[in-house]
Ligand binder design. Structure first.
Ligand code: HEM
Length: 494
Protein backbone atom coordinates (compact mmCIF):
# COMPACT_ATOMS: atom_id res chain seq x y z
CA UNK A 1 0.00 0.00 0.00
CA UNK A 2 1.50 3.32 -1.04
CA UNK A 3 1.07 6.70 0.67
CA UNK A 4 -1.20 9.02 -1.34
CA UNK A 5 0.69 11.88 -2.90
CA UNK A 6 -1.01 15.13 -1.85
CA UNK A 7 -1.87 16.00 -5.45
CA UNK A 8 -3.48 12.66 -6.38
CA UNK A 9 -7.22 12.63 -7.28
CA UNK A 10 -7.84 10.08 -4.54
CA UNK A 11 -6.42 12.36 -1.89
CA UNK A 12 -8.51 15.25 -3.18
CA UNK A 13 -11.62 13.12 -3.03
CA UNK A 14 -10.97 11.89 0.43
CA UNK A 15 -13.00 12.92 3.48
CA UNK A 16 -9.71 13.68 5.13
CA UNK A 17 -9.36 16.90 3.19
CA UNK A 18 -12.82 18.13 4.10
CA UNK A 19 -12.60 17.60 7.82
CA UNK A 20 -11.86 20.54 10.04
CA UNK A 21 -8.22 20.47 11.09
CA UNK A 22 -7.35 18.13 8.24
CA UNK A 23 -3.65 17.61 7.98
CA UNK A 24 -3.10 17.88 11.70
CA UNK A 25 -4.98 14.67 12.55
CA UNK A 26 -3.36 11.27 12.78
CA UNK A 27 -5.31 10.08 9.74
CA UNK A 28 -3.02 8.78 7.10
CA UNK A 29 -4.17 8.23 3.54
CA UNK A 30 -2.81 5.49 1.39
CA UNK A 31 -3.54 3.85 -1.94
CA UNK A 32 -3.95 0.08 -1.90
CA UNK A 33 -2.69 -2.37 -4.46
CA UNK A 34 -5.94 -2.17 -6.38
CA UNK A 35 -5.72 1.60 -6.56
CA UNK A 36 -8.26 1.98 -3.74
CA UNK A 37 -8.11 4.72 -1.13
CA UNK A 38 -7.35 3.94 2.52
CA UNK A 39 -7.25 6.00 5.67
CA UNK A 40 -5.87 4.39 8.75
CA UNK A 41 -8.04 4.84 11.82
CA UNK A 42 -6.48 7.38 14.11
CA UNK A 43 -5.70 7.03 17.81
CA UNK A 44 -8.24 9.74 18.52
CA UNK A 45 -11.00 8.09 16.54
CA UNK A 46 -10.43 4.87 18.44
CA UNK A 47 -11.03 6.63 21.77
CA UNK A 48 -7.54 6.02 23.03
CA UNK A 49 -7.21 2.49 21.67
CA UNK A 50 -4.52 2.17 19.07
CA UNK A 51 -6.93 0.77 16.49
CA UNK A 52 -10.60 0.04 15.90
CA UNK A 53 -12.05 -3.41 15.38
CA UNK A 54 -15.38 -4.59 14.10
CA UNK A 55 -17.81 -6.29 16.50
CA UNK A 56 -16.14 -9.64 15.99
CA UNK A 57 -12.67 -8.37 16.77
CA UNK A 58 -11.24 -7.90 13.28
CA UNK A 59 -8.93 -4.95 13.04
CA UNK A 60 -10.26 -2.11 10.89
CA UNK A 61 -7.63 -0.49 8.76
CA UNK A 62 -9.87 2.21 7.32
CA UNK A 63 -12.95 3.60 9.05
CA UNK A 64 -13.42 6.44 6.56
CA UNK A 65 -13.64 4.93 3.09
CA UNK A 66 -15.68 2.02 1.83
CA UNK A 67 -13.99 -0.60 -0.25
CA UNK A 68 -14.37 0.17 -3.95
CA UNK A 69 -13.54 -1.53 -7.22
CA UNK A 70 -10.92 0.95 -8.30
CA UNK A 71 -10.64 4.57 -7.44
CA UNK A 72 -14.19 5.54 -8.46
CA UNK A 73 -16.03 2.42 -7.43
CA UNK A 74 -18.62 0.95 -7.39
CA UNK A 75 -18.56 0.08 -3.68
CA UNK A 76 -17.95 -3.59 -3.02
CA UNK A 77 -20.59 -5.64 -1.26
CA UNK A 78 -17.88 -7.69 0.35
CA UNK A 79 -16.82 -4.76 2.55
CA UNK A 80 -17.89 -6.28 5.84
CA UNK A 81 -16.63 -3.27 7.77
CA UNK A 82 -18.98 -0.99 5.87
CA UNK A 83 -21.84 -3.48 6.10
CA UNK A 84 -21.53 -3.99 9.82
CA UNK A 85 -21.25 -0.28 10.55
CA UNK A 86 -24.33 0.61 8.53
CA UNK A 87 -26.35 -2.40 9.65
CA UNK A 88 -25.67 -1.64 13.29
CA UNK A 89 -26.66 1.97 12.80
CA UNK A 90 -29.87 0.91 11.02
CA UNK A 91 -30.95 -0.92 14.17
CA UNK A 92 -29.91 1.60 16.81
CA UNK A 93 -33.40 2.69 17.79
CA UNK A 94 -35.73 0.75 20.05
CA UNK A 95 -39.37 1.64 20.70
CA UNK A 96 -39.75 4.49 23.12
CA UNK A 97 -41.81 3.98 26.27
CA UNK A 98 -45.54 4.09 25.58
CA UNK A 99 -45.75 6.73 28.33
CA UNK A 100 -42.96 8.59 30.16
CA UNK A 101 -40.88 8.38 26.97
CA UNK A 102 -38.77 11.43 27.77
CA UNK A 103 -36.65 11.07 30.86
CA UNK A 104 -33.33 11.74 32.53
CA UNK A 105 -31.54 9.34 34.84
CA UNK A 106 -28.81 9.41 37.46
CA UNK A 107 -27.13 7.07 39.92
CA UNK A 108 -26.96 7.61 43.65
CA UNK A 109 -27.15 6.17 47.11
CA UNK A 110 -29.96 5.63 49.56
CA UNK A 111 -29.18 5.73 53.26
CA UNK A 112 -31.53 4.61 55.99
CA UNK A 113 -31.61 7.46 58.54
CA UNK A 114 -34.06 5.80 60.91
CA UNK A 115 -34.32 2.04 61.24
CA UNK A 116 -37.92 0.81 61.37
CA UNK A 117 -37.72 -2.97 61.96
CA UNK A 118 -40.91 -2.74 64.02
CA UNK A 119 -42.75 -1.72 60.83
CA UNK A 120 -41.00 -3.67 58.10
CA UNK A 121 -38.45 -6.41 57.66
CA UNK A 122 -37.27 -4.74 54.43
CA UNK A 123 -33.53 -5.17 54.22
CA UNK A 124 -32.68 -1.50 53.81
CA UNK A 125 -34.70 -0.33 56.81
CA UNK A 126 -33.12 -2.64 59.38
CA UNK A 127 -30.18 -0.49 60.45
CA UNK A 128 -29.69 3.25 60.63
CA UNK A 129 -26.80 4.12 58.34
CA UNK A 130 -27.32 1.18 56.01
CA UNK A 131 -26.92 2.19 52.36
CA UNK A 132 -27.71 0.77 48.97
CA UNK A 133 -27.11 1.99 45.41
CA UNK A 134 -30.05 3.50 43.50
CA UNK A 135 -30.84 4.53 39.95
CA UNK A 136 -33.47 7.22 39.39
CA UNK A 137 -35.29 8.26 36.22
CA UNK A 138 -37.35 11.44 36.10
CA UNK A 139 -39.70 11.87 33.18
CA UNK A 140 -42.58 13.70 31.59
CA UNK A 141 -45.58 11.55 30.72
CA UNK A 142 -47.21 12.60 27.48
CA UNK A 143 -44.43 13.73 25.15
CA UNK A 144 -42.21 11.61 22.92
CA UNK A 145 -38.55 10.96 23.72
CA UNK A 146 -37.46 14.07 21.81
CA UNK A 147 -40.05 16.47 23.21
CA UNK A 148 -39.37 19.44 25.47
CA UNK A 149 -38.70 19.35 29.21
CA UNK A 150 -41.07 22.05 30.46
CA UNK A 151 -44.60 21.30 29.22
CA UNK A 152 -47.50 21.26 31.65
CA UNK A 153 -47.41 17.60 32.57
CA UNK A 154 -47.08 15.19 35.47
CA UNK A 155 -43.46 14.18 36.19
CA UNK A 156 -42.45 10.56 36.75
CA UNK A 157 -40.14 9.80 39.68
CA UNK A 158 -38.96 6.20 39.40
CA UNK A 159 -36.40 4.81 41.83
CA UNK A 160 -34.63 1.46 41.61
CA UNK A 161 -33.08 0.38 44.92
CA UNK A 162 -30.45 -2.33 44.40
CA UNK A 163 -30.84 -3.96 47.82
CA UNK A 164 -29.26 -7.10 49.20
CA UNK A 165 -32.69 -8.69 49.03
CA UNK A 166 -33.15 -7.89 45.33
CA UNK A 167 -34.32 -4.85 43.41
CA UNK A 168 -37.10 -2.71 44.79
CA UNK A 169 -38.61 -0.32 42.23
CA UNK A 170 -40.67 2.53 43.65
CA UNK A 171 -42.23 3.84 40.44
CA UNK A 172 -43.95 7.06 41.41
CA UNK A 173 -44.99 10.50 40.20
CA UNK A 174 -44.59 14.04 41.52
CA UNK A 175 -48.28 14.21 42.44
CA UNK A 176 -49.75 12.15 45.30
CA UNK A 177 -52.93 11.06 43.50
CA UNK A 178 -53.85 9.72 40.05
CA UNK A 179 -56.50 10.34 37.37
CA UNK A 180 -58.30 7.02 37.53
CA UNK A 181 -59.09 4.27 40.01
CA UNK A 182 -59.07 1.21 37.80
CA UNK A 183 -56.30 0.00 35.48
CA UNK A 184 -58.78 -0.85 32.74
CA UNK A 185 -59.17 2.89 32.04
CA UNK A 186 -55.44 3.55 31.63
CA UNK A 187 -55.17 3.00 27.84
CA UNK A 188 -58.06 5.46 27.27
CA UNK A 189 -56.55 8.02 29.63
CA UNK A 190 -53.22 7.84 27.80
CA UNK A 191 -54.78 7.95 24.34
CA UNK A 192 -56.62 11.11 25.33
CA UNK A 193 -53.60 12.88 26.82
CA UNK A 194 -51.07 12.07 24.13
CA UNK A 195 -51.08 13.79 20.72
CA UNK A 196 -54.51 13.71 19.10
CA UNK A 197 -55.05 10.69 16.87
CA UNK A 198 -55.83 12.41 13.58
CA UNK A 199 -53.46 15.39 13.69
CA UNK A 200 -50.46 14.18 15.61
CA UNK A 201 -50.30 17.14 17.99
CA UNK A 202 -49.95 18.60 20.54
CA UNK A 203 -46.77 16.94 21.70
CA UNK A 204 -46.06 16.86 25.40
CA UNK A 205 -49.00 18.90 26.65
CA UNK A 206 -51.81 17.69 28.82
CA UNK A 207 -54.22 20.62 28.44
CA UNK A 208 -55.84 19.96 25.04
CA UNK A 209 -59.24 18.99 23.62
CA UNK A 210 -59.19 15.19 23.65
CA UNK A 211 -57.84 15.21 27.19
CA UNK A 212 -60.50 17.66 28.38
CA UNK A 213 -63.13 15.57 26.62
CA UNK A 214 -62.05 12.40 28.43
CA UNK A 215 -61.62 14.12 31.77
CA UNK A 216 -65.06 15.72 31.55
CA UNK A 217 -66.48 12.18 31.41
CA UNK A 218 -64.33 10.89 34.27
CA UNK A 219 -65.51 12.48 37.51
CA UNK A 220 -62.94 10.62 39.62
CA UNK A 221 -60.18 12.56 37.79
CA UNK A 222 -61.19 15.94 39.34
CA UNK A 223 -58.82 15.71 42.28
CA UNK A 224 -55.83 14.93 40.07
CA UNK A 225 -56.83 17.66 37.60
CA UNK A 226 -56.57 20.26 40.35
CA UNK A 227 -52.99 19.15 40.93
CA UNK A 228 -52.23 18.77 37.21
CA UNK A 229 -53.34 22.33 36.44
CA UNK A 230 -51.34 23.77 39.34
CA UNK A 231 -47.72 25.00 39.26
CA UNK A 232 -46.61 21.52 40.29
CA UNK A 233 -46.73 20.39 36.65
CA UNK A 234 -44.35 23.14 35.47
CA UNK A 235 -41.44 22.43 37.84
CA UNK A 236 -38.29 24.55 37.99
CA UNK A 237 -36.01 21.50 38.07
CA UNK A 238 -36.11 17.75 38.64
CA UNK A 239 -34.05 18.54 41.72
CA UNK A 240 -37.01 20.43 43.13
CA UNK A 241 -39.90 18.01 42.72
CA UNK A 242 -41.56 15.82 45.29
CA UNK A 243 -42.16 12.14 44.61
CA UNK A 244 -45.01 9.87 45.69
CA UNK A 245 -45.59 6.14 45.46
CA UNK A 246 -49.27 7.15 45.01
CA UNK A 247 -50.71 3.73 45.82
CA UNK A 248 -51.20 2.43 49.31
CA UNK A 249 -48.63 -0.34 49.79
CA UNK A 250 -48.09 -2.63 52.77
CA UNK A 251 -45.21 -2.92 55.21
CA UNK A 252 -44.75 -6.34 56.81
CA UNK A 253 -42.48 -6.83 59.82
CA UNK A 254 -40.57 -9.94 60.91
CA UNK A 255 -43.54 -11.08 63.03
CA UNK A 256 -45.70 -11.05 59.92
CA UNK A 257 -47.69 -8.01 61.06
CA UNK A 258 -48.92 -5.87 58.21
CA UNK A 259 -49.66 -2.15 58.01
CA UNK A 260 -50.55 0.17 55.17
CA UNK A 261 -47.90 2.60 53.94
CA UNK A 262 -47.67 5.55 51.55
CA UNK A 263 -44.24 6.65 50.30
CA UNK A 264 -43.11 10.27 49.89
CA UNK A 265 -39.90 11.84 48.54
CA UNK A 266 -39.22 15.35 49.91
CA UNK A 267 -36.62 17.36 47.96
CA UNK A 268 -33.96 18.86 50.21
CA UNK A 269 -33.95 21.94 47.94
CA UNK A 270 -37.70 22.37 48.47
CA UNK A 271 -40.38 22.44 45.79
CA UNK A 272 -39.97 25.11 43.14
CA UNK A 273 -41.93 25.79 39.99
CA UNK A 274 -41.81 28.12 37.02
CA UNK A 275 -44.64 30.40 35.95
CA UNK A 276 -46.42 29.40 32.75
CA UNK A 277 -44.78 32.31 30.94
CA UNK A 278 -41.34 31.12 32.03
CA UNK A 279 -42.13 27.51 31.15
CA UNK A 280 -43.07 28.30 27.53
CA UNK A 281 -40.09 30.62 27.05
CA UNK A 282 -37.73 27.97 28.42
CA UNK A 283 -39.27 25.38 26.10
CA UNK A 284 -38.20 27.54 23.15
CA UNK A 285 -34.83 28.61 24.48
CA UNK A 286 -33.67 25.30 25.89
CA UNK A 287 -35.85 22.23 25.28
CA UNK A 288 -33.42 20.22 27.44
CA UNK A 289 -33.66 22.55 30.43
CA UNK A 290 -34.35 19.90 33.07
CA UNK A 291 -32.01 17.31 31.62
CA UNK A 292 -29.19 19.84 31.45
CA UNK A 293 -29.93 21.15 34.96
CA UNK A 294 -29.73 17.67 36.50
CA UNK A 295 -26.63 16.64 34.59
CA UNK A 296 -24.74 19.86 35.25
CA UNK A 297 -25.63 19.96 38.95
CA UNK A 298 -24.32 16.42 39.46
CA UNK A 299 -21.31 17.12 37.29
CA UNK A 300 -20.48 20.15 39.46
CA UNK A 301 -20.75 18.09 42.65
CA UNK A 302 -23.96 19.84 43.65
CA UNK A 303 -25.71 16.57 44.42
CA UNK A 304 -29.50 16.69 44.68
CA UNK A 305 -31.04 14.85 47.62
CA UNK A 306 -34.48 13.74 48.78
CA UNK A 307 -35.73 12.51 52.13
CA UNK A 308 -37.86 9.39 52.03
CA UNK A 309 -40.94 9.67 54.20
CA UNK A 310 -43.58 7.12 55.11
CA UNK A 311 -47.16 7.46 56.27
CA UNK A 312 -47.97 4.26 58.09
CA UNK A 313 -51.46 3.33 59.28
CA UNK A 314 -53.40 0.26 60.20
CA UNK A 315 -56.65 -1.28 59.08
CA UNK A 316 -58.57 0.27 61.97
CA UNK A 317 -57.58 3.76 60.72
CA UNK A 318 -58.40 2.74 57.14
CA UNK A 319 -61.85 1.50 58.14
CA UNK A 320 -62.70 4.85 59.79
CA UNK A 321 -61.97 6.98 56.71
CA UNK A 322 -64.87 8.30 54.66
CA UNK A 323 -63.16 6.99 51.50
CA UNK A 324 -61.30 3.86 50.43
CA UNK A 325 -57.58 4.09 51.23
CA UNK A 326 -56.95 1.81 48.25
CA UNK A 327 -58.37 4.44 45.88
CA UNK A 328 -55.46 6.15 44.08
CA UNK A 329 -57.50 9.31 43.48
CA UNK A 330 -57.42 10.01 47.25
CA UNK A 331 -54.60 10.88 49.60
CA UNK A 332 -54.14 10.39 53.32
CA UNK A 333 -54.03 13.88 54.91
CA UNK A 334 -50.70 14.56 56.61
CA UNK A 335 -52.64 16.13 59.50
CA UNK A 336 -54.10 12.67 60.20
CA UNK A 337 -50.98 10.59 59.54
CA UNK A 338 -47.76 12.64 59.59
CA UNK A 339 -44.97 11.79 57.17
CA UNK A 340 -42.07 10.21 59.10
CA UNK A 341 -38.64 10.54 57.49
CA UNK A 342 -36.73 7.25 57.35
CA UNK A 343 -34.03 7.76 54.73
CA UNK A 344 -32.19 10.05 52.37
CA UNK A 345 -31.36 9.55 48.72
CA UNK A 346 -28.51 11.47 47.08
CA UNK A 347 -27.87 11.46 43.35
CA UNK A 348 -24.13 11.69 42.86
CA UNK A 349 -23.21 10.16 39.51
CA UNK A 350 -24.32 10.87 35.99
CA UNK A 351 -24.85 8.02 33.59
CA UNK A 352 -21.91 7.14 31.37
CA UNK A 353 -24.18 6.32 28.47
CA UNK A 354 -27.70 7.65 28.08
CA UNK A 355 -29.02 4.79 25.98
CA UNK A 356 -27.41 1.92 27.88
CA UNK A 357 -28.59 3.20 31.23
CA UNK A 358 -31.43 5.74 31.16
CA UNK A 359 -33.13 4.41 28.05
CA UNK A 360 -32.74 0.73 28.85
CA UNK A 361 -33.75 1.11 32.50
CA UNK A 362 -36.87 -0.92 33.16
CA UNK A 363 -38.73 -0.05 36.36
CA UNK A 364 -41.27 -2.60 37.54
CA UNK A 365 -43.85 -1.85 40.24
CA UNK A 366 -43.89 -5.62 40.70
CA UNK A 367 -40.27 -5.48 41.92
CA UNK A 368 -40.67 -5.49 45.70
CA UNK A 369 -38.56 -6.96 48.48
CA UNK A 370 -39.59 -8.91 51.59
CA UNK A 371 -41.08 -6.40 54.02
CA UNK A 372 -42.81 -4.36 51.30
CA UNK A 373 -46.01 -5.73 49.83
CA UNK A 374 -48.78 -4.80 47.41
CA UNK A 375 -52.26 -3.78 48.41
CA UNK A 376 -55.49 -4.56 46.59
CA UNK A 377 -55.54 -1.15 44.90
CA UNK A 378 -56.97 -2.05 41.47
CA UNK A 379 -54.77 0.52 39.72
CA UNK A 380 -51.64 -0.97 41.29
CA UNK A 381 -52.80 -4.47 40.44
CA UNK A 382 -53.00 -3.48 36.74
CA UNK A 383 -49.54 -1.96 36.83
CA UNK A 384 -48.10 -5.18 38.22
CA UNK A 385 -48.38 -6.92 34.87
CA UNK A 386 -48.37 -3.97 32.44
CA UNK A 387 -44.74 -2.97 32.97
CA UNK A 388 -43.24 -6.43 32.57
CA UNK A 389 -45.33 -6.97 29.46
CA UNK A 390 -44.35 -3.70 27.80
CA UNK A 391 -40.68 -4.03 28.73
CA UNK A 392 -40.44 -7.44 27.11
CA UNK A 393 -41.43 -5.83 23.83
CA UNK A 394 -39.69 -2.46 24.34
CA UNK A 395 -36.37 -4.09 25.15
CA UNK A 396 -36.95 -6.91 22.71
CA UNK A 397 -36.23 -9.85 24.95
CA UNK A 398 -37.42 -11.74 27.95
CA UNK A 399 -33.83 -11.43 29.22
CA UNK A 400 -33.90 -7.65 29.74
CA UNK A 401 -33.15 -8.21 33.42
CA UNK A 402 -29.60 -9.06 32.38
CA UNK A 403 -28.93 -5.55 31.05
CA UNK A 404 -26.55 -4.11 33.65
CA UNK A 405 -28.82 -1.23 34.70
CA UNK A 406 -31.66 -3.69 35.41
CA UNK A 407 -29.68 -6.57 36.90
CA UNK A 408 -29.80 -6.96 40.66
CA UNK A 409 -26.52 -6.32 42.45
CA UNK A 410 -27.11 -9.26 44.79
CA UNK A 411 -26.66 -12.83 43.59
CA UNK A 412 -29.62 -14.26 41.69
CA UNK A 413 -30.35 -17.70 40.45
CA UNK A 414 -33.18 -19.73 39.01
CA UNK A 415 -33.89 -22.21 36.24
CA UNK A 416 -35.31 -19.80 33.71
CA UNK A 417 -33.31 -20.44 30.60
CA UNK A 418 -32.58 -19.43 27.04
CA UNK A 419 -34.61 -16.86 25.08
CA UNK A 420 -33.45 -14.05 22.82
CA UNK A 421 -30.28 -12.28 23.94
CA UNK A 422 -29.32 -14.72 26.65
CA UNK A 423 -25.98 -13.29 27.74
CA UNK A 424 -25.34 -15.48 30.77
CA UNK A 425 -23.97 -18.98 30.45
CA UNK A 426 -25.76 -21.08 33.04
CA UNK A 427 -23.67 -24.13 33.76
CA UNK A 428 -24.57 -27.53 35.08
CA UNK A 429 -26.65 -30.44 33.97
CA UNK A 430 -29.85 -29.77 35.85
CA UNK A 431 -32.01 -27.00 34.39
CA UNK A 432 -35.07 -28.01 36.36
CA UNK A 433 -36.18 -28.07 39.96
CA UNK A 434 -36.50 -30.12 42.10
CA UNK A 435 -33.34 -32.04 41.30
CA UNK A 436 -30.79 -34.03 43.23
CA UNK A 437 -27.73 -33.78 41.04
CA UNK A 438 -24.34 -32.77 42.37
CA UNK A 439 -23.87 -30.49 39.36
CA UNK A 440 -26.75 -28.36 40.55
CA UNK A 441 -24.97 -27.54 43.78
CA UNK A 442 -21.94 -26.43 41.80
CA UNK A 443 -24.17 -24.31 39.63
CA UNK A 444 -25.62 -22.57 42.64
CA UNK A 445 -22.15 -21.77 43.93
CA UNK A 446 -21.17 -20.31 40.57
CA UNK A 447 -24.32 -18.20 40.54
CA UNK A 448 -23.58 -16.94 44.02
CA UNK A 449 -20.18 -15.76 42.86
CA UNK A 450 -21.65 -14.15 39.78
CA UNK A 451 -22.86 -10.87 41.12
CA UNK A 452 -22.77 -7.34 39.91
CA UNK A 453 -20.90 -5.57 42.66
CA UNK A 454 -22.90 -5.34 45.86
CA UNK A 455 -21.26 -8.34 47.48
CA UNK A 456 -17.84 -9.70 47.20
CA UNK A 457 -17.60 -13.30 48.29
CA UNK A 458 -16.30 -12.37 51.73
CA UNK A 459 -19.19 -10.05 52.45
CA UNK A 460 -21.58 -12.72 51.19
CA UNK A 461 -20.17 -15.15 53.70
CA UNK A 462 -20.46 -12.52 56.42
CA UNK A 463 -24.02 -11.89 55.38
CA UNK A 464 -24.76 -15.60 55.40
CA UNK A 465 -23.39 -15.92 58.90
CA UNK A 466 -25.56 -13.05 60.05
CA UNK A 467 -28.58 -14.66 58.40
CA UNK A 468 -28.91 -12.24 55.43
CA UNK A 469 -31.85 -13.56 53.42
CA UNK A 470 -30.38 -12.51 50.06
CA UNK A 471 -27.16 -14.38 50.52
CA UNK A 472 -28.97 -17.69 50.84
CA UNK A 473 -30.91 -19.55 48.22
CA UNK A 474 -34.63 -19.54 48.92
CA UNK A 475 -35.62 -22.42 51.08
CA UNK A 476 -37.55 -24.29 48.42
CA UNK A 477 -34.65 -24.04 46.02
CA UNK A 478 -32.03 -24.99 48.58
CA UNK A 479 -33.89 -28.13 49.53
CA UNK A 480 -33.44 -29.51 46.10
CA UNK A 481 -29.92 -28.20 45.59
CA UNK A 482 -28.62 -29.84 48.72
CA UNK A 483 -30.81 -32.81 49.43
CA UNK A 484 -28.05 -34.62 51.36
CA UNK A 485 -24.30 -34.77 51.79
CA UNK A 486 -24.06 -37.74 49.47
CA UNK A 487 -24.99 -35.73 46.39
CA UNK A 488 -22.74 -32.77 47.17
CA UNK A 489 -19.41 -32.44 45.41
CA UNK A 490 -16.49 -33.66 47.52
CA UNK A 491 -15.28 -30.19 48.33
CA UNK A 492 -18.53 -29.48 50.15
CA UNK A 493 -18.46 -32.53 52.37
CA UNK A 494 -15.70 -31.27 54.63
C1 HEM B 1 -53.00 1.18 35.44
C2 HEM B 1 -52.24 2.22 35.51
C3 HEM B 1 -50.92 2.32 34.82
C4 HEM B 1 -50.41 1.61 33.78
C5 HEM B 1 -51.08 0.46 33.04
C6 HEM B 1 -49.10 2.12 33.49
C7 HEM B 1 -48.28 1.69 32.48
C8 HEM B 1 -47.02 2.17 32.21
C9 HEM B 1 -46.17 1.72 31.15
C10 HEM B 1 -46.55 0.65 30.13
C11 HEM B 1 -45.01 2.40 31.24
C12 HEM B 1 -43.80 2.25 30.33
C13 HEM B 1 -42.81 1.36 31.01
C14 HEM B 1 -41.61 1.03 30.17
O1 HEM B 1 -41.69 0.97 28.94
O2 HEM B 1 -40.55 0.77 30.78
C15 HEM B 1 -45.11 3.27 32.36
C16 HEM B 1 -44.12 4.09 32.78
C17 HEM B 1 -44.19 4.79 33.95
N1 HEM B 1 -45.28 4.88 34.78
FE1 HEM B 1 -47.03 4.00 34.60
N2 HEM B 1 -48.82 3.11 34.37
C18 HEM B 1 -49.92 3.26 35.19
C19 HEM B 1 -50.06 4.13 36.22
C20 HEM B 1 -49.03 4.82 36.74
C21 HEM B 1 -49.07 5.49 38.00
C22 HEM B 1 -50.29 5.54 38.94
C23 HEM B 1 -47.85 6.02 38.19
C24 HEM B 1 -47.36 6.78 39.36
C25 HEM B 1 -47.56 6.36 40.59
C26 HEM B 1 -47.02 5.69 37.06
C27 HEM B 1 -45.70 6.03 36.90
C28 HEM B 1 -44.92 5.67 35.84
C29 HEM B 1 -43.55 6.09 35.68
C30 HEM B 1 -42.75 6.96 36.61
C31 HEM B 1 -43.10 5.54 34.49
C32 HEM B 1 -41.74 5.73 33.86
C33 HEM B 1 -40.74 4.77 34.43
C34 HEM B 1 -39.39 5.07 33.83
O3 HEM B 1 -38.83 6.13 34.19
O4 HEM B 1 -38.90 4.27 33.03
N3 HEM B 1 -47.77 4.94 36.20
N4 HEM B 1 -46.36 3.12 32.93
Amino acid sequence: MAKVPPSSPAAKNSLHDHRPGAGSTALESAIGDGGELHQNASDKGAQGASFLTDNFGHRIADNQNSLRAGERGPTLLEDFVLREKIFHFDHERIPERIVHARGSGAHGTFECTRAIPELTKADIFQETGKTCPVFVRFSTVAGGAGSVDTPRDVRGFAVKFYTEAGNWDLVGNNIPVFFIQDAIKFPDLVHSVKMEADRGYPQAASAHDTFWDFISLMPEAMHMIMWAMSDRTIPRSFRMIEGFGVHTFRFVNAKGEGRFVKFHWKPVLGIQSTTWDEAVKIAGADPDFHRRDLFEAIDAGDFPAWDLGVQVFDEAFAAKQPYDVLDATKLIPEEDIPVEIVGRMTLNRNVDNFFAETEQAAFLPSNIIPGVDFSNDPLLQGRLFSYLDTQKSRLGTTNFHQIPINAPKCPFHNFQRDGMMQTLVPTGRANYEPNSLAEAAREWRAARERCYGLHDLRSQRRAQRSGCEAARPRRTVRRSFQPGADVLPLADRK
